[in-house]
Design a protein around this ligand. Structure first.
Ligand SMILES: NC(=O)c1ccc[n+]([C@@H]2O[C@H](COP(=O)([O-])OP(=O)(O)OC[C@H]3O[C@@H](n4cnc5c(N)ncnc54)[C@H](O)[C@@H]3O)[C@@H](O)[C@H]2O)c1
Length: 446
């Protein structure tokens, strides 16, 4: 369903009229393409406080952007990285203001502001106060930034090495993160060394299984992981076999028609990825359904299938695959939550319970899966994404969903797919237990 308002505000008369009327001003977002893979402009590197972070210059040099430490000349920075890991008191927070206040207006449309922070200390409540303060700062700046600019906080936990944040910075400082804003991501040193990674095709030689791949977000995840080099096993219900087969053929992958609620789904997935495929490296739990009704009107027949598909099947297949050793070391599990699981939503007690359940699963399993299997577990939490699911939403609610976020527009399936690909990257071993909203900083929830 085309976003006509976004198209209208993309024209000069549309921009003039909507700004005169005080209406939202969504800026068209630029996504990644092979012809245009990087942000347009230099990266401005700033520091606040006394930083002990090591290796940031080298990490930033590998983003492909030209780095400057002062704003010189006419070129607007396409990205600003502020190292605030050494900020430990209120004076240090004033340095954050002093660093960004003069430059924030000059950041290019569609630009990125990334603040690097440290873990709030359990021993030093002054440091903890101001490091937590960065969260409020970043979320507020995200709401102010406008013109498609995004703002995120990357927290380095138990590490002073910027290398821990490399895959995350490459993602955030690229067009791939166009719809990710107002987020806080924690990174630490990887527990498992990834070995040599081909930057153009980081998933080359790896096998990824995507559930619910026949359409919508799942199809986009399958395409994006295949672009990154993975052999994709595309799973969906048997009634979607035709679409599934076409997708798998196009991507050079494998179709697996299977209902994930089947008792033996885990065993069948394990069998499908054994042998030549060499086991599973990336497991993406994307399949999901809604059966909306207010709780007072919701019979068990509408409650159960949602919990069964969105949560019980995810728990069961994850357990079965880990127990069978079907997930390779340095493997990745990416589950799909939703902002409904964070903020709640009228008519969605079943759906929100299932999606909040995914967040609980991720937070509990992540440390153990890493310690016992060398596998990370993270979740994407999409906001309003333009798919068949949201096209079916009544017009007024759909318009509200599109506009009620800092970027004043809906996201695209590819935005969720790119975030999934960042989690799936063999270099993202230090990203574990994270729930990242792909929501343009939706006004719903935190
Ligand atoms: N579209 C959004 O705005 C949005 C927002 C938040 C979360 N999400 C979540 O993202 C995921 C994908 O959403 P979408 O919008 O692409 O949905 P969609 O309805 O377009 O696609 C979901 C796919 O999952 C498949 N599926 C359903 N039950 C299955 C089962 N038992 N076994 C195997 N496959 C099954 C469907 O056949 C379908 O192809 C879901 O988990 C959804 O809850 C979507």
């Amino acid at each position: 369903m085309a976003d006509r308002y976004l198209n209208f505000t993309g024209t000069a008369p549309g921009r003039f009229l909507t700004s005169r009327l005080g209406l939202p001003q969504p800026a068209p977002l630029r996504r990644w393409s092979a012809e245009h893979p990087a942000l347009d402009g230099p990266l401005l590197q700033l520091t606040a406080g006394t930083s002990t972070l090591k290796g940031l210059d080298e990490v930033l040099s590998r983003t492909g952007l030209t780095t400057a430490t002062t704003t010189t000349g006419a070129e607007r920075p396409a990205a600003v990285v502020l190292d605030a890991t050494g900020v430990a008191d209120v004076d240090g927070l004033a340095e954050v203001h002093a660093a960004l206040h003069p430059v924030v207006r000059s950041v290019a449309s569609g630009g990125r502001i990334v603040v690097l922070g440290a873990e709030p200390s359990a021993e030093d409540h002054h440091q903890a106060a101001v490091q937590q303060g960065l969260e409020g700062f970043v979320r507020s700046l995200g709401k102010e930034a406008g013109r498609g600019r995004t703002v995120t906080l990357v927290r380095l936990v138990r590490t002073e090495s910027a290398a821990a944040a490399e895959s995350t910075l490459r993602f955030l400082l690229s067009p791939k993160s166009a719809y990710v804003s107002g987020q806080v991501v924690e990174v630490t040193d990887a527990a498992v060394e990834p070995g040599a990674v081909d930057r153009e095709r980081p998933l080359a030689g790896r096998t990824a299984l995507v559930t619910g791949a026949a359409r919508g977000i799942g199809a986009s995840v399958a395409e994006t992981l295949a672009r990154d080099g993975a052999h994709v096993v595309a799973l969906d219900v048997p009634s979607a076999e035709d679409e599934l087969t076409r997708l798998a053929e196009r991507l050079g992958g494998t179709a697996l028609p299977l209902d994930i609620t089947a008792d033996d789904a885990g065993e069948r997935i394990a069998a499908a990825v054994s042998g030549d495929l060499g086991g599973l490296d990336v497991l993406v739990h994307n399949a999901g359904i809604t059966r909306d009704r207010k709780l007072a009107n919701m019979p068990a027949e509408r409650w159960s299938p949602v919990l069964e598909v969105n949560l019980a099947a995810v728990l069961r297949t994850t357990d079965a695959l880990l127990a069978a050793g079907a997930l390779n070391r340095n493997g990745r599990i990416v589950a799909t939550a939703s902002i409904a699981g964070i903020a709640g939503n009228v008519g969605q007690t079943n759906y929100a319970a299932s999606k909040a359940g995914i967040i609980g699963l991720v937070r509990s399993l992540a440390p153990r899966a890493l310690a016992e299997h060398g596998v990370t577990v993270n979740a994407v939490a999409p906001g309003f994404i333009e798919t068949k699911m949201t096209a079916a939403v009544p017009l007024f609610i759909r318009e509200a969903g599109r506009r009620m976020n800092s970027l004043a527009q809906g996201g695209l399936p590819v935005d969720v797919a790119e975030t999934t690909a960042w989690f799936a990257d063999p270099g993202s071993g230090g990203v574990n237990g994270q729930v990242v909203r792909v929501c343009g900083q939706s006004l719903l929830g935190a």
